[in-house]
Design a protein around this ligand. Structure first.
Ligand code: ZN
Length: 264
């Protein structure tokens, strides 16, 4: 996906396939009958895991989130991100900035491998509220603490919404985590959004009935998600998220009393 000189490429780390009732505990078979387009051939919800490579913003080679890496848990299995990065012509030492939409384990996993920092020349960036939530206090989060502690000397945090890097702005989107952030990729009048885990599957954008997954504050996450859907519907803004199938961009279209999802 191109936005002026900026190129955004999905970098897959793995794929999870879940029973619909496990992915969305309150969902009903009737809902899925209507939204069959979001299930795979086996009737499962497919969730990608990975990050997005953003190139073309000056000298910056930016990786937005970095998958699970060696920290696979249950159905959440990763491991392919560095190889897929190489197939895009990028080695770990080429990455100048690693930007986290939030600090859940399936977005920060490749930060370290065997305890060593993988992107050795990168500056790491996240909202300061997430760093405080997961690593502040006397007891760092058991899951991500060991993964993230080695980068604390090269971490630069931001506060809420604002400019971050050439062509990349942050948009505070709290609820999934306290510092959950949407990244706005733009050049001139062209604009696209990387949604982090504000939305896991595009079905969550179609109406306001769907819950999220793993939200720290489910009510705040729901209002953030619904505000996003109202903001982008019919606006022809391409959006993508780390868990969308294939991590491909799509657009939220406005129909008669109904929204539609169109894949780019
Ligand atoms: Zn996630």
């Amino acid at each position: 996906m191109h936005f002026g000189p900026l190129t955004v490429s999905p970098v897959l780390d793995g794929v999870v396939r879940l029973e619909p009732s496990r992915a969305y505990k309150e969902s009903t078979p009737e809902q899925w009958t209507i939204h069959r387009q979001f299930l795979d051939a086996d009737g499962l919800v497919e969730l990608a895991i990975g990050g997005f490579l953003v190139r073309g913003g000056g000298d910056h080679i930016v990786l937005v989130d970095n998958g699970i890496g060696e920290h696979s848990r249950g159905a959440f299995q990763g491991g392919a991100l560095v190889d897929n990065l190489a197939s895009l012509g990028v080695q770990p030492d080429d990455v100048t900035d690693v930007v986290f939409t939030h600090l859940h384990f399936d977005h920060v996993g490749w930060t370290t491998h065997g305890g060593e920092v993988v992107f050795r020349k990168a500056t790491f960036r996240c909202d300061e509220r997430d760093w405080e939530h997961f690593l502040g206090g006397s007891e760092p989060n058991q899951l991500v603490g060991p993964i993230l502690t080695p980068i604390q000397n090269r971490l630069v945090t931001w506060q809420g919404s604002g400019p971050l890097l050439p062509g990349i702005d942050t948009l505070a989107a709290p609820g999934h985590t306290p510092g959950s952030t949407i990244l706005v990729i733009s050049s001139g009048t062209e604009r696209g959004l990387l949604l982090g885990d504000v939305v896991h599957c595009p079905v969550e954008l179609l109406d306001e009935e769907w819950g999220g997954m793993g939200d720290v504050d489910p009510e705040l996450a729901r209002s953030t998600r619904n505000a996003l859907a109202r903001e982008i519907e019919g606006k022809d803004v391409p959006v993508a998220a780390a868990h969308f199938p294939g991590m491909v961009f799509g657009r939220l279209l406005k129909g008669q009393g109904q929204r539609y999802w169109s894949v780019d």
